[in-house]
Write a protein that binds this ligand. Structure first.
Ligand code: UD2
Ligand code: MN
Length: 579
């Protein structure tokens, strides 16, 4: 196939790529692939150490390898140089049959050399980056459960081949109770040729969080580097990460995560200036830095990028600092949420998270987890996130629950004991979540309430008032405290500690606010589908649509069957923070 045809195919594949991690409005993947002719990064290190002329920097060296013209072991091999591999027609069936072993193209992965070359995707400006000669050593920790043989090997080889030996203390493989036989004796035998590789096996399934902790516990390097078990480290990936940790031990450094296509195993580079962010309810995503920020800070494409949250899988952290921070919350199960937890903890307790563009690692993003969850996946992740919200979000936890996790409160799910985590936060004297939002992630829109002010009734043409524990209507007056209410993220109609609620399906009552009580929640929206005007106040927990109404005669509040035509059921706050 000509290069042009290759690129065309690649476009098609990119459209199919799993975009789970990507924010729809700002897709993170670039539309092109590395040209097949581009110089490839070969496994052997050919480091050109250039001592800088200035005395102050004399203990540093350039990390960019300039000689990339060498050919790898087998330059004709399938997938060599990170190119898209093609499944022959007569192997299609086998390919499909084996897909579910890893939820990616397992067949192709097996055809590709375990030490293939991939394109060196570092920005040109990395040519000027220097790193210290006396960088700390690192222990690389891979934890895995039932990982595909070929990808696990390729991950390990990429670390062995592309890390300076004196900086790589060891590679720790933590087997999280895999069921596959090849991950037992065969793995031991294979890895025994590499003295730096250590394998530990957990006696029962712990999940990636506790598996990482088991790896960290036996690590001896000064820095811990966590990686997923289906990655390929690119040339010069390690030094820039260690350099950041070395300059400040409270910096946690993440490589740029590039994409190894799950369809054709090609290595695809991603756009520059991407950072990790979250949206409610604590959903991870990528977002590109705005042009203004890039201009304002005169950023080069090799400059570290501050990240409100990390993706989770790939990062270097000073080992001692990891323990000072109290590691991960060991109460988090299996998968999910731990990236939020460690990110909030790092920022709020004095550290920083950065993406280092001169460090690049490819990762196979899969559309499904290829392993089983001991309990239901959704429930596991929800529970993990609820633990994070309870410990770290302060008053903002209502936003988390309010954006779709009400049900967690209703069923009062067991998030487990949080005492240790809360005490840790106090002990470390961590800052508030409000501080985090203002200083680390100011672009995040996080109003504390949905709507605020007077609640005007269109039929009665008066405002709701709460005086001496009694609800009534009054001539609207913004200066009267008794007329000011909030519509909160928990959908409370709230004034100080009092909330308007419903008792026994028919009467409107005042109760102390309590986020676990469904009878205090009011949806505020129009009943006419085509319009998004905010008007009705609908009792959330009743099966029959019931609305709050200003009693036309009585002048007090009643509940009625919702009626789109009734003006007495239409309510307007003075100010809305969200639709
Ligand atoms: C992303 C992260 C992943 C983790 C996860 C949220 C990247 C590239 N990946 O999901 O590291 O932060 O978000 O929790 O940022 N594993 C175990 N035991 C388990 C489950 C998983 O050892 O019970 C291993 C698994 O084999 C893999 C690693 O943990 O090596 C991460 O799991 P994943 O690849 O399924 O997660 P991913 O990339 O979807
Ligand atoms: Mn992964």
């Amino acid at each position: 196939k000509s290069d042009k045809e290759h690129l065309k195919d690649n476009d098609k594949i990119l459209n199919l790529l799993d975009r789970r991690y990507l924010n729809k409005s700002d897709p993170a993947i670039v539309k092109h692939q590395v040209q097949p002719t581009m110089k490839a990064a070969v496994p052997q290190r050919v480091e050109i150490k250039g001592n800088s002329s200035s005395a102050r920097k004399s203990s540093m060296h350039l990390v960019m390898q300039v000689d990339m013209t060498q050919s790898p072991r087998d330059s004709d091999a399938v997938g060599q140089f990170g190119l898209a591999a093609v499944v022959p027609k007569d192997k299609q069936e086998e390919m499909l049959r084996r897909w579910n072993e890893g939820h990616f193209n397992v067949y192709l992965s097996e055809q590709i050399p375990v030490d293939r070359a991939i394109p060196d995707t570092r920005p040109q400006t990395c040519l000027e980056s220097l790193v210290h000669d006396d960088l700390p050593t690192t222990s690389v920790i891979f934890c895995f459960v039932d990982e595909v043989w070929s990808t696990l090997l390729r991950s390990v080889h990429s670390v062995l081949n592309r890390s300076p030996p004196h900086l790589l203390k060891e590679i720790i493989l933590v087997d999280d109770f895999s069921s596959k036989d090849y991950l037992k004796d065969n793995l031991d035998i294979y890895m025994s040729q590499f003295p730096k590789v250590r394998i530990i096996r957990l006696k029962e399934r712990q999940g990636l969080i506790r598996a990482r902790l088991a790896g960290a516990a036996i690590a001896t390097g000064k820095v811990l580097t966590f990686l997923d078990s289906h990655i390929e480290c690119n040339v010069g990936w390690l030094e820039p990460l260690l350099e950041r940790v070395y300059t400040d031990r409270r910096k946690v450094a993440c490589p740029v995560i590039e994409v190894i296509s799950d369809k054709d195993m090609s290595y695809v580079l991603v756009d520059n200036f991407q950072r990790g962010i979250f949206k409610w309810p604590l959903v991870f995503g990528w977002s590109t830095l705005s042009e203004e920020v890039i201009k304002r800070d005169k950023m080069k494409d090799s400059d570290p990028i501050r990240c409100p949250v990390m993706a989770g899988g790939l990062f270097s952290i000073d080992r001692q600092y990891f323990y000072e921070l109290g590691t991960y919350d060991p109460g988090l199960d299996v998968w999910g949420g731990e990236n939020m937890e460690i990110s909030f903890k790092i920022w709020m307790c004095g550290g920083e998270i950065e993406i280092i563009p001169c460090s690049r690692v490819g990762h196979i993003f899969r559309s499904e987890n290829p392993y089983k969850f001991p309990k239901n996946k959704q429930k596991t992740v929800e529970r993990n996130l609820a633990r994070v919200a309870e410990v770290w979000l302060d008053e903002y936890k209502e936003q988390f629950y309010g954006h779709g996790y009400h049900h967690l409160l209703d069923k009062s799910i067991d998030v487990g004991n949080l005492t240790d985590q809360i005490q840790l936060r106090q002990k470390l004297k961590c800052k508030s979540f409000r501080w985090y939002l203002e200083n680390v992630y100011p672009e995040m829109d996080a109003p504390l309430v949905r709507a605020q002010g007077l609640i005007f009734n269109l039929g009665a043409r008066k405002c709701l008032a709460l005086e001496k524990g009694v609800l009534s209507f009054d001539v609207c007056d913004l200066s009267k405290q008794s007329q000011l209410f909030n519509h909160t993220w928990m959908r409370h109609l709230q004034q100080q500690q009092s909330c308007i609620g419903v008792r026994e399906r028919e009467s409107v009552v005042l109760e102390p606010c309590d986020i676990t009580k469904p009878n205090l929640r009011w949806l505020h929206k129009s009943l006419i589908l085509s319009s998004d005007l905010v008007d009705h106040l609908i009792v959330e927990h009743l099966p029959k649509r019931t609305c709050l109404e200003a009693g036309a005669q009585t002048g007090c509040l009643i509940l009625s069957v919702c009626d789109p035509g009734s003006q007495f059921q239409k309510w307007q706050f003075t100010h809305y923070y969200t639709q």
